[in-house]
Design a binder for this molecule. Structure first.
Ligand code: ADP
Ligand code: CDP
Length: 227
């Protein structure tokens, strides 16, 4: 029986969840799970199939049939496979980012993804990041973090991340897209984005990645020390 607890990290786009969760998992020897990548993979499948993103029945069927797997590399980075195809890079493209929230708000899609995510964490020792982890997927997580940052800073980070990959998108457009996605994620009926009541809220606007990681690791190990 794996007695390692699970860690939940939630927050809006560009707050630094994936970057931080990966490093916390590496530091603790835990498994890192990027739940957003799963919704992105479903979205990519829907876009390729030319599905109507308002056809919730079609999206629910698609989510139930698509095979998604996350494979952790020795460097802690995840390879995302969709029906056996490596879509790690493609799911991060603006076309997917601009549609994923419409797909992720569909109840049948959420139910299927949450079922898979709960299975992934059943053995413990997982750092899972997303939007609804602390409230819905892992309500019994040992430590829940809600990571956020000022909208402008989140847009700057996302803009730089894409530019570093040679993808040049107008920064104002990025900020508008992030605001749109934040609105959909926070206003949807099922599992809206919000901090769990027992989450530790960290604003990383003026923090370094290392500073945030240290805060979280101390919170986890400190928790163990206090017991
Ligand atoms: N505290 C920080 N300061 C500066 N840049 C950051 C910080 N945290 C993350 N980043 C950078 O911001 C970009 C988005 O981070 P990411 O982890 O993908 O955010 P999220 O998963 O919350 O959308 C990445 O390029 C990452 O390196
Ligand atoms: N647990 C999760 C994770 C992501 N999502 C949805 O998937 C989208 C993409 O998630 P992501 O974590 O890859 O996005 P970023 O925060 O990395 O930009 C989010 O905007 C949500 O709409 C969700 O609904 N629930």
């Amino acid at each position: 029986m794996n007695c390692k607890p699970n860690i939940a990290i939630d927050g809006p786009a560009g707050a630094g969840k994936s970057t931080v969760a990966k490093l916390v998992a590496k530091s603790l020897g835990y498994l890192y799970i990027d739940t957003g990548a799963m919704y992105r993979a479903v979205t990519l499948k829907a876009l390729r199939d030319g599905a109507d993103l308002n056809d919730h029945q079609k999206l629910g069927r698609l989510a139930s049939n698509v095979l998604i797997s996350l494979k952790a590399g020795s460097d802690g980075n995840l390879t995302v496979l969709m029906d056996g195809e490596d879509v790690t890079e493609e799911i991060r493209l603006p076309a997917v980012s601009n549609s994923v929230s419409l797909v992720a708000k569909v109840p049948a899609v959420r139910r299927k993804m949450i079922e898979l995510q709960k299975e992934m964490a059943a053995g413990g020792g997982v750092v899972m990041e997303g939007r609804d982890i602390g409230q819905v997927v892992l309500p019994d997580a040992r430590v829940k973090i809600y990571l956020t940052a000022a909208t402008g800073e989140r847009a700057r980070r996302r803009w730089k991340e894409l530019a570093d990959k040679g993808i040049n998108v107008d920064r104002r457009q990025i900020e508008e897209d992030i605001c749109n996605r934040d609105f959909i994620d926070t206003s949807r009926e099922m599992d809206p984005l919000a901090p769990a009541p027992d989450a530790v809220i960290i604003d990383s606007t003026s923090c370094t990645v290392e500073g945030v990681v240290d805060l979280i690791v101390a919170r986890i190990t400190g928790e163990r020390k206090e017991r």
